[in-house]
Write a protein that binds this ligand. Structure first.
Ligand code: ZN
Ligand code: CO
Length: 336
């Protein structure tokens, strides 16, 4: 799973340009599933058929990562950009981003906006930042308006902790691939859905849900570990197991789905924690609100520094998430 994760985080895929990730996932998952298709929005949908009378269970992880989009190139070749997804400017100074054509850009900020070191003054807004792509004029700039970039990829393992720029949500994609590889003769039809455009409003999951028409949907995504200095106390810690979502800012998980996941973890002895998150949401929100409504929940991987150039997760939580989902989908699903 870790070797695959490393390849996934090195693959370019800001929201709206997930094609390279989809191609990689398709190659990896093909030997383990019965059918693969891509819908009009770009979601990759792989099906592992189950027994007669089983339910349709949809697992969703998003392929897109946080990025930026060029909105203007000035006469000297400096680019102005807009965020693709929920990206704050705190992490920008000297950050490197990479474009689809391999171009590297480095963020600078207008001189008057630079503050004294250690100053608590506000972080400059997007309008004050520019991207230096090594150009000297608009004509020789290697990128143009409309081009997207994502943080320069890196991957590092230190003990059980894993560092990369796009753990959100390539760690979820790696978990889905792991489940697909280990799943034999499931009771249910299991749909592995790798979604597009989650970071810009959980959009891919909505069209995928209409296409799949699942009985149950589970998003696999990162959540926020609260075990860092002076963090808001949420009881979510890295290394303490898969997080079963109770609620986030965008949804309340279906009670039956949440309880079925808890019972699965308890019975199988898989480490888990309960997630109550005051921020964010996942593809589970779109799954839940599609068609006439779909029972939906989420299995989350606690993470630090989400939506930055260096996100951290724990390998053991990914293993727990894969174990939990594998156990859940291969047995008959009954929702209380
Ligand atoms: Zn995510
Ligand atoms: Co995200």
């Amino acid at each position: 799973m870790i070797a695959l994760l490393e390849k996934l985080v090195h693959t370019f895929g800001p929201s709206g340009q997930e094609q390279a990730v989809a191609a990689f996932v398709q190659t990896e998952i093909a030997p383990y599933v019965d059918d693969i298709r891509q819908d009009a929005l770009g979601n990759l949908i792989a099906l592992k058929r189950g027994q007669a009378g089983g339910k349709k269970v949809m697992l969703a992880a998003h392929m897109d990562e946080i990025g930026v989009l060029v909105s203007h190139v000035d006469e000297k070749g400096f680019c102005r950009v807009r965020p693709l997804g929920g990206l704050g400017t705190l992490v920008l100074l000297s950050s490197r981003v990479r474009f689809a054509n391999g171009t590297i850009g480095v963020f600078g900020v207008e001189r008057e906006e630079r503050k004294r070191p250690g100053s608590s003054e506000e972080v400059p807004p997007w309008e004050k930042w520019y991207l230096d792509v090594g150009a000297t004029s608009k004509e020789d700039a290697p990128v143009q308006v409309g081009d997207a970039a994502a943080f320069y990829p890196f991957f590092h393992q230190q003990g059980s902790r894993l560092f990369a720029q796009s753990m959100d949500d390539r760690s979820g994609c790696a978990v889905l691939l792991e489940v697909a590889k280990r799943l034999k003769k499931p009771a249910n039809d299991v749909y592995f859905v790798f979604t597009v455009q989650e970071e810009v409003g959980t959009k891919g999951a909505m069209t995928a849900t209409y296409g799949v028409q699942p009985d149950v949907g589970i998003a696999v995504d990162v959540t926020i570990g609260s075990d860092t200095p002076k963090a808001m106390q949420l009881g979510l810690a890295l290394g303490q197991g898969a997080a079963i979502k109770v609620m986030d800012r965008g949804m309340i998980a279906h009670y039956g789905v949440r309880q079925a996941l808890v019972e699965t973890a308890e019975t199988a002895g898989i480490p888990y924690q309960l997630e109550v998150l005051p921020w964010g949401t996942t593809d589970a929100r779109s799954i839940q609100l599609s068609r006439e409504g779909v029972p939906a929940g989420a299995v989350s991987i606690p993470s630090r520094y989400v939506h930055s150039k260096a996100e951290v997760v724990d390998e053991n939580d990914m293993i727990a998430a894969a174990d939990l989902l594998l156990t859940f989908v291969r047995q008959p699903v009954t929702l209380g």
